[in-house]
Design a protein around this ligand. Structure first.
Ligand SMILES: *[C@@H]1O[C@H](CO)[C@@H](O)[C@H](O)[C@H]1NC(C)=O
Ligand SMILES: *[C@@H]1O[C@H](CO)[C@@H](O)[C@H](O)[C@H]1NC(C)=O
Ligand SMILES: *[C@@H]1O[C@H](CO)[C@@H](O)[C@H](O)[C@H]1NC(C)=O
Ligand SMILES: *[C@@H]1O[C@H](CO)[C@@H](O)[C@H](O)[C@H]1NC(C)=O
Ligand SMILES: *[C@@H]1O[C@H](CO)[C@@H](O)[C@H](O)[C@H]1NC(C)=O
Ligand SMILES: *[C@@H]1O[C@H](CO)[C@@H](O)[C@H](O)[C@H]1NC(C)=O
Ligand SMILES: *[C@@H]1O[C@H](CO)[C@@H](O)[C@H](O)[C@H]1NC(C)=O
Ligand SMILES: *[C@@H]1O[C@H](CO)[C@@H](O)[C@H](O)[C@H]1NC(C)=O
Length: 795
């Protein structure tokens, strides 16, 4: 039985022998770019430069595809400078640095006759016995396995640290015990925490236990037991092998073991397509009471649209190492007991920031009940050990640092209350009104003593200096953040993908959008946005801004997939939204279902809240309207065009002639010489909310006689509300009328959003809470300003 599984393995080398490109002893390679190629040219063995650094990895990679993906390396922990060398001697394969010091060696058991790079991706050393290899990379894997590769009991794979750093990372695949197990490791030590995935193929009877992990020639990955039985991973499908794709399976730096495919004869700069992976949900897979969990300490894990996990910092926290999202976060303020002794009232020093649906389930040290939210917040503020509290309506769970196993939860009604220090200026920058803090500083300078002035000047200087520094860092086109999340397309690829920009999807304020298809196995549809000419000084910032947009991930935002920045061409590539714009959906008869509209409104509010507060850098949209809200397969709202305002507007956009927002949706302060804040989006959201409630446009010109009063939606809605005729707004919409409590409340919320005075408008967080019913709507004030005679002024 056992020989059944071993047989193909023994035969393989003999067959391939014929086509090997033979390397003989005393051959060598240096960092000058020479390689040893496999006969088909699919794989290369040699030195690979790491990014733009002057460091090199001895590696094997797919040489025939543009991504040149590395599948094996010898010295990830210790990349070498230019001038290093690998040499095949008659006894060994040796890697030396420029000083001749041995950094790594293969150490085969017997003398070497030859070596070869095989078409399978295996680099082998051969001795005098032609039936076996004396050493091979397939038996010494790093983080990747390839078709025809098998792992015997005792094998391990190590993840790398980040996408671009090949040092040993935070996860390990262990196939020692008959079961394939994935373990977090206590980085940077070797210690392994309890596994977060097991194939459960261990059996006390060795005959019944897994003994070999196979990635077979037709791309299926499974475990073979000694009795010949095959165990597939429960969640994996059989690959329908055609020979048209390359395959690999890699233990990612995020801890997910994923099988990828890539079409062999793709002409475009195609990326690897994840076929299947374990575990299915990395964010909840790890649950060890020691160790940081899937992300580093003080951060939290969420699953992105592409099903991959990502790690983020909570409000008031930043990444310890900006190049390593898994490295954990730290508070931007001092934290802990003994700090504030004698410094006064904690309520003066700290504030609570609410940040819902995120939990660190293992960090509770106290549970208070029954408690209301005010009590819970106070309790945390006055407790120097408390970093965050979770309030679930009745109970208050206090948690301390370091926070571990953080995760974003799609559902659940608990509130996450973060204690942050008040003195700290908000991190990140404001997209349009980036001069937001200036008036405050200036005012303080004018109004205080000379001594304080000096201190303030120094502080201001430091803040500006640090910003500059940050900008410079971010602006580098090679920043790893930039490359890790977005794909760069050539103009030609996009021309092909869109069939020469044939099918126009729409025209927005920033350019024309075309439909296209990715040339991948799945043929995914994409939307390609050709941007109008950028303002001169913005060109330089294109990549920086695009990478900032690429960092935003939320289920109510349209996902940016890539960009093209070639000559004068600036294009953005988004996922395609199959159900068109909200405008088309709302303003066609028959009226869409009320509950569907409710879901859409909540979605827009969540997306905006994320843009304003939850992502790393707050983003003001500046042009919220139904044409910019798209609907995905499940009719969920997805905000599009966010982040473009900053990119495409010059600094003078606040003058009347340059208003970028769209008539009927723009907040009054656009017309005034005041800084634009996130509240402009709140205003536009208020108008949009009314449109969603009423299924009509904010301005309708061609009304029938006697109906002119209805021309301006905001005015009409206010009149209806004041006049107790709220049902007119949803004429003939029985389902909406039956939901009268929500209907009334939502109209009130929209009235609060369109208050003339920005400071009177609620934040998106409050808006969402009011819409969801967690927060009461305060008694309504007229959204319109009063003239000196006390009459309503309407423009
Ligand atoms: C092959 O090499 C081994 C180890 O050096 C040696 O013991 C053996 O005799 C050699 N066999 C042949 C057929 O040369
Ligand atoms: C990779 O990360 C480690 C640990 O942070 C660091 O010491 C090393 O310099 C990094 N390597 C490269 C090539 O950036
Ligand atoms: C890998 O598994 C073997 C056998 O279970 C164990 O001895 C070794 O410590 C391993 N590492 C683990 C489980 O993390
Ligand atoms: C192997 O795994 C099983 C169950 O996963 C466990 O009971 C057993 O102790 C392990 N054996 C070793 C040697 O680690
Ligand atoms: C690979 O594995 C699959 C699934 O077990 C099997 O159907 C297929 O025949 C195998 N292919 C080869 C070439 O062994
Ligand atoms: C292979 O084809 C079958 C039947 O068409 C399908 O159910 C299965 O999902 C496919 N496998 C994969 C991995 O796509
Ligand atoms: C590869 O190219 C051939 C001929 O050009 C074509 O028939 C085939 O469909 C292509 N395969 C893939 C996966 O694109
Ligand atoms: C919370 O409870 C405290 C003490 O019982 C009470 O004074 C306060 O009014 C309550 N707050 C709310 C919002 O219910």
């Amino acid at each position: 039985m056992a020989s059944f599984a071993i047989l193909p393995f023994l035969i393989l080398p003999l067959q391939l022998d014929l086509s090997m490109a033979i390397v003989t002893p005393s051959s060598s390679l240096t960092t000058n770019g020479n390689t040893w190629l496999s006969p088909s040219g699919d794989f290369a063995f040699g030195f690979r430069q790491l990014g733009n650094s002057n460091l090199f990895l001895l590696a094997i990679w797919f040489d025939i595809i543009p991504a040149r993906t590395i599948v094996w390396h010898s010295n990830g922990n210790n990349p070498l400078p230019r001038g290093s060398k690998v040499e095949l001697t008659s006894s060994n394969l040796v890697l030396t640095n420029p000083k001749g010091l041995i950094i790594w060696q293969a150490n085969p058991a017997t003398p070497v006759i030859s070596a070869a790079m095989l078409d399978t991706g295996n680099f082998v050393l051969k001795g005098n016995d032609s039936s076996t290899y004396i050493w091979e990379t397939f038996k010494n894997p790093t983080d990747t396995i390839l078709p025809t590769q098998t792992l015997d009991l005792g094998s391990k794979l190590f993840s790398r640290l980040t996408e671009t750093n090949y040092s040993k990372g935070r996860f390990e695949l262990n196939f020692s015990n008959g079961s394939l197990e994935l373990n977090p490791i206590a980085w940077p030590s070797e210690f392994q925490y309890d596994h977060y995935y097991s194939s459960n193929t261990y059996n006390a009877d060795p005959y019944e236990s897994g003994y070999r992990l196979v990635f077979n020639e037709s791309a299926n990955v499974y475990i073979v037991k000694l009795n010949g039985e095959i165990a597939q991973f429960p969640d994996w499908n059989r690959i329908n092998y055609t020979g048209d794709n390359y395959y690999r399976a890699t233990l990612g730096f995020d801890g997910v073991f994923t099988q990828y495919s890539l079409p062999k004869n793709s002409t475009t700069n195609q990326g690897w397509w994840p076929v299947q992976s374990i575990p299915l949900d990395m964010c909840t897979a790890i649950f060890n009471d020691i160790g940081s969990g899937p992300c580093g300490f003080n951060s939290y894990c969420s699953i992105q649209e592409n099903r991959k996990p990502t790690c983020d910092c909570p409000p008031g926290y930043v990444f310890l190492d900006p190049n390593n999202r898994l490295g954990g976060c730290k508070p931007t303020f001092p934290q802990g007991c003994g700090l504030d002794d004698g410094r006064g009232d904690p309520e003066e020093l700290y504030e609570i920031r609410q940040f819902d649906n995120v939990n660190w389930p293992l960090n509770d040290y106290e549970r208070l009940s029954p408690y209301n939210q005010t009590q819970c917040e106070k309790s945390c503020l006055y407790d120097c050990s408390c970093a965050v509290a979770i309030f679930d309506g009745r109970q208050c769970w206090k948690k301390r640092l370091p926070l571990s196993n953080g995760r974003y939860m799609r559902t659940g009604f608990s509130k996450t209350l973060f204690k942050v220090r008040k003195e700290v200026p908000p991190s990140g920058y404001c997209n349009v009104g980036s001069d937001k803090e200036k008036p405050v500083l200036l005012g303080a300078l004018l109004g205080s003593s000379a001594f304080l002035n000096v201190i303030l000047l120094v502080v201001t200087f430091l803040i500006l200096f640090r910003r500059r520094e940050r900008k410079v860092k971010k602006a580098g086109p090679d920043s790893s953040i930039y490359f890790s999340t977005l794909r760069s397309f050539t103009y030609k690829e996009l021309e092909e993908a869109t069939d020469g920009f044939m099918e126009e999807l729409g025209r927005g304020s920033f350019g024309i959008v075309y439909k296209g298809f990715m040339r991948s196995s799945s043929g995914n549809a994409i939307a390609v946005k050709k941007l109008d000419k950028l303002a001169q000084e913005r060109e330089r910032e294109f990549r920086t801004e695009v990478s900032a947009i690429g960092e935003t991930h939320h289920k109510n935002l349209v996902r940016l997939l890539g960009y093209c920045d070639e000559g004068s061409h600036r294009l953005l590539i988004y996922e395609f939204m199959s159900n068109g714009t909200l405008a088309n959906f709302l303003f066609t008869l028959p009226r869409p279902d009320w509950h569907q509209r409710v879901k859409i409104a909540l979605g827009v509010a969540r997306g905006l809240l994320y843009l304003h507060g939850e992502c790393e850098f707050p983003i003001i949209h500046c042009d919220i309207k139904p044409q910019n809200i798209l609907l995905d397969d499940s009719f969920s709202a997805r905000i599009s065009d966010f982040g473009l305002a900053k990119l495409l507007l010059s600094n003078q956009t606040r003058t009347r002639t340059m208003i970028r927002g769209t008539r009927g949706y723009v907040a009054p302060e656009w017309f005034k010489n005041v800084p634009v804040t996130a509240k402009v989006d709140v205003y536009s959201f208020g108008v949009l909310l009314l449109e969603i409630i009423c299924c009509r446009r904010s301005v309708v010109m061609d009304l029938e006689e006697g109906e002119e009063e209805r021309a301006i939606l905001t005015d009409w809605a206010y009149d209806c509300y004041i006049g107790g005729r709220i049902y007119h707004l949803v004429d003939n919409d029985k389902v909406a009328m039956d939901d009268k409590e929500r209907l009334k409340k939502w109209v009130e919320v929209s009235m609060w959003c369109i208050q003339e005075e920005p400071s009177k408008r609620p934040t998106m967080k409050m808006v969402l809470e009011m819409l969801e019913g967690f927060l009461d709507v305060p008694p309504l004030q007229s959204p319109f300003p009063l003239s000196s005679s006390g009459e309503l002024i309407r423009i």
